[in-house]
Design a binder for this molecule. Sequence first.
Ligand code: KG4
Ligand code: ZN
Length: 364
Amino acid sequence: MEQVITVLGLESSCDDTAAAVVRDGSESPEILASVVHGQTDLHSAYGGVVPEIAARAHAEKLDVCVREALNEAGLTLGEIDAIAVTAGPGLIGGVMSGVMCAKGLSAACDLPLIGVNHLAGHALTPRLTDEIAFPYLMLLVSGGHCQFLIVHGPEKFTRLGGTIDDAPGEAFDKTARLLGLSQPGGPSVEAEARNGDPSRFRFPRPLLDRPDCNLSFSGLKTALLRMRDQITSEFGGLTRQDRCDLCAGFQQAVFDTLAEKTRRAIRLYIAESPRDPVLAVAGGVAANSAIRDALLSVCASESVKFTAPPLALCTDNAAMIAYAGIELFRLGQCDGLDLTARPRWPLDRTSPSMLGGGKKGAKA
Ligand code: KG4
Ligand code: ZN
């Protein structure tokens, strides 16, 4: 019987301020509370996340989130065993706000402090929701991240590949902006694509000619811009149908590429771990039903189980940080008050990132 552990988690690496309480040990891991305060309204006028605005909002909202999470869980800080906090990667002002808040709580209540890699939080979520055993393959697709990881353990990851420029959610958001659709772009582009013809416009399928698992999305946005401008100069503007067809063509290109690279990642993973293979997906883009269908059919044809956490746990949240904290705590991992906030923090140190900073900050 494992020791019962209750951890308070904090997340503030991008544009969601979150706190959660997770307990593990008696039976399955249990989310006792999960509070998320999003910042979409604060950034909407700027067309992207403004780091300084994000950091100030995190600093204002973190203690509110902690109070709400403890109330929801019906617990006091005295009943918590450890504090887990996102210590990177992300927008540094926000990460620092979370780390400072966690250090304050840890020092005041004499609680162990655990710095968690935000990407590890996403990557370990299938163990929180479905108790998936190691090693499994993870596809992380959000506004800030895109990578294939073999998850061997709470601290052991192999990065098989990822985007060399934009993350897919970022490409959806930019596409929506180019077509005058609302933000976040993913849901609005998906809605328009439902009424569109994906074969009317020919979008490229970037990097499919290369055998690796790397992806590129920035060229799709440029292709869309060119098509939009051509229609506008020929016909004086876009009709609703033009917009739907552009969205459908763009979305199909993103998902064809993701599906094919997923097939390649699955084959690399299975060559290493052929028993009970599982592909898990996480990140906001996993909300898209077309991508779920595409991944499901790749998994069916490769005889791999497919799992996707519920949407609230695919997007940024603190339950994943608290749970990752529990896994690290069980390994004896703890940090001192010298824990530092890290804007970059690749999960797989042997496979350095090819990415620069994006609209949502450093992508590790
Ligand atoms: O994981 P997330 O909440 O935040 C981070 O990026 O960390 O993901 C948000 C991203 C946005 O770029 C949004 O446009 C995209 O996920 N997204 C979608 C859909 N819903 C959200 N992309 C495609 N289709 C969707 N239905
Ligand atoms: Zn994230």
